[in-house]
Design a protein around this ligand. Sequence first.
Ligand SMILES: Cc1cc2nc3c(=O)[nH]c(=O)nc-3n(C[C@H](O)[C@H](O)[C@H](O)COP(=O)(O)O)c2cc1C
Length: 229
Amino acid sequence: MDLYRYLSREEWLSAIECRHSVRKFTEEKLKEEQIARLTEMIGEINREYGLHVQLLTDEPDAFRAGKPSYGAFSGCRNYIAMVGRKGEDEAIGYTGEALVLLARHLGLGSCWVALTFDHGGVKADIEKGEKLYDLIALGFGQTDGAPHRSKAPESLYTAGAPAPDWFLAGVRAASLAPTAINQQKFRFDLVGERSVRAKHFFGPCAKTDLGIVKLHFALAAGEGNFDFV
Ligand SMILES: Cc1cc2nc3c(=O)[nH]c(=O)nc-3n(C[C@H](O)[C@H](O)[C@H](O)COP(=O)(O)O)c2cc1C
């Protein structure tokens, strides 16, 4: 996917800086322009990655259930259903996070949701052989959310020699990314001068998280500076 068809590098980096999970939304409907821009990217994602991602608007049922202590949503009437075949966790993370950042740029708050929604209320089309990985709750936030606590950057990477600035910028952007229950179970290893190995450790949704943090890393490190190996 050509990410720079949608936003400039500066716009992607700014969205990374100001994105936080939003769980409380106003009643305001999504604007036509917002729907059109998200739909355009969703079309490209589905063609290129063979996924079945869908945007559902004015559909409050998935978030109507009772209120758990963690992950309670209010006023959520729109979501992106991240649907695909099994084994696509990393692509789901990478492409879903591109949608999250585009939504932030368009003035919308969002939150990845793997658990705290009502499966019975989801209106997405899930075909045989496909599964619903996550929803991305979407709308005008009552607030913009708040920065999460992060592990120390040094615990999120290794590098043989002093790490170059592009690598540290990538790790920092990854540390700002959403991960399930803020677990940050990932690490970036710099191998030689420009090879980067990204790995995840054991944890719920850790493979999806890996796709998410790899997108943040790539946008901030600059794709011309390194190769994922
Ligand atoms: C794959 C994934 C699944 C998530 N599932 C839930 C969820 O079920 N309920 C919820 O309230 N938040 C969920 N979150 C949001 C995380 O709790 C949130 O991203 C994390 O605490 C970091 O906070 P931030 O997004 O504000 O930076 C999920 C995030 C990811 C990446």
